[in-house]
Design a protein around this ligand. Structure first.
Ligand SMILES: Nc1ncnc2c1ncn2[C@@H]1O[C@H](COP(=O)(O)OP(=O)(O)OP(=O)(O)O)[C@@H](O)[C@H]1O
Ligand code: SF4
Ligand SMILES: [Mg+2]
Length: 321
């Protein structure tokens, strides 16, 4: 049994312009301790996939309309809201792109880190303080006692993101979903934060879903990669295979824009053309309008089935059927 198994997940937004198929049949599985990178251009459904796992899709427009999210075999989509509240923060945590939006400006760090430890761990008084200090030490905050007394605006961006990570990890979750957690940080702080996160992951055996549009980060952080396009995972494989033998024309186009897996510089996704509007998807393959290998089958037939190429490498493209 996989640690996390997402099966045919569909999350749509019902808007006045039509139905936006933000996540349209996403499936993947993840073993305990693995780190999966979810990559793809802006708007392809990475964040909505992450939010769907936690059942935090923006309401009322967004709705999970189908699929399963199996965490250690239990389907989270069948849980009550009360059960989900217990699972969030305890078994699954999330770190978001902007640390300021995860921290409440009117409460001190002590209040915010303490609240999480109180709710999920039942800690109080001295024990709670000591655990809070320990968590801040773990994310390498130099003066944890001072930091605990601070309000979020008194901390630098890098420190805030460390505090957010401390809160997310304070209850020793089994699964951490990090949605572009370093985008708001400058380059040096970003590298430090990523290093810290992979160290914590190795130490605690945490399972990680890492959302990014930067392949440099994927190479650094993840063992497997899911490439998303227009609400679907079009290709999935281990990191080396994605870099060395990409099979989907979209991944191949992305890889042409990425020079070398071992380089340290930032490499953002950018290829010619635009993805199709998610409220008005074309028939056939969603990548057809930008694909250099397109054939008439791609435009008029069904969406290509997912084919297994061996070693957990899957691809959805008519060329491989
Ligand atoms: N509240 C909403 N109402 C309507 N549509 C939405 C809403 N939130 C997201 N969407 C749509 O869902 C699609 C997927 O959005 P999502 O935020 O998952 O993209 P993403 O891959 O995370 O992009 P980015 O890299 O920019 O963060 C987008 O096309 C967006 O238009
Ligand atoms: S199915 Fe056709 S259009 Fe789609 S990626 Fe494959 S070759 Fe290109
Ligand atoms: Mg996003």
């Amino acid at each position: 049994m996989s640690f996390l198994e997402v099966k045919n997940l569909k999350t749509y937004f019902f808007t006045r312009w039509g139905t936006v198929k933000a996540v349209d049949g996403v499936s993947f599985c993840l073993n305990e301790g693995e780190a999966l990178g979810l990559v793809g251009e802006s708007g392809c459904g990475k964040s909505v996939t992450s939010l769907s796992i936690l059942r935090l899709v923006p309401q009322p427009a967004g709705r999970i309309i189908g699929g399963q999210v199996l965490l250690q075999g239990e389907d989270l989509l069948q849980k009550s809201e009360k059960e989900m509240r217990r699972i969030r923060g305890a078994r699954i945590s999330m770190i978001l792109q902007d640390p300021m939006s995860s921290l409440n400006p009117v409460f001190t760090i002590e209040n915010q880190l303490g609240e999480s430890l109180q709710i999920h761990r039942g800690l109080k008084g001295r024990g709670l303080w000591e655990r809070a200090v320990e968590m801040l030490k773990m994310v390498r905050i130099a003066s944890p006692e001072v930091c605990l007394k601070n309000w979020p605006h008194q901390l630098s961006g890098g420190m805030r993101q460390r505090v957010v990570a401390a809160i997310a990890l304070s209850c020793e979750p089994h699964l951490l979903i990090a949605d572009e957690p370093t985008t708001a940080l400058d380059a040096t702080i970003q590298v430090q934060f990523l290093r810290l996160l992979s160290e914590l992951q190795r130490k605690t055996g945490l399972t990680l879903v890492f959302v990014t549009h930067d392949f440099g980060i994927v190479a650094r952080m993840c063992n497997r990669v899911g490439v998303m396009y227009a609400g679907k995972i079009v290709e999935m494989a281990d990191v080396r295979t994605i870099f060395d033998q990409p099979a989907h024309p979209y991944t191949q186009a992305l890889m042409k824009a990425v020079p070398n897996i071992d380089e340290e510089e930032e490499r953002l996704i950018s290829i010619d053309g635009q993805p199709p509007p998610l409220h008005n998807l074309p028939p056939g393959c969603v990548f057809a309008s930008r694909c250099s290998s397109v054939s008439s089958k791609c435009r008029y037939d069904e969406y290509p089935p997912t084919v297994e190429l061996g070693n957990g490498h899957t691809v959805s493209c008519w060329k491989h059927v």
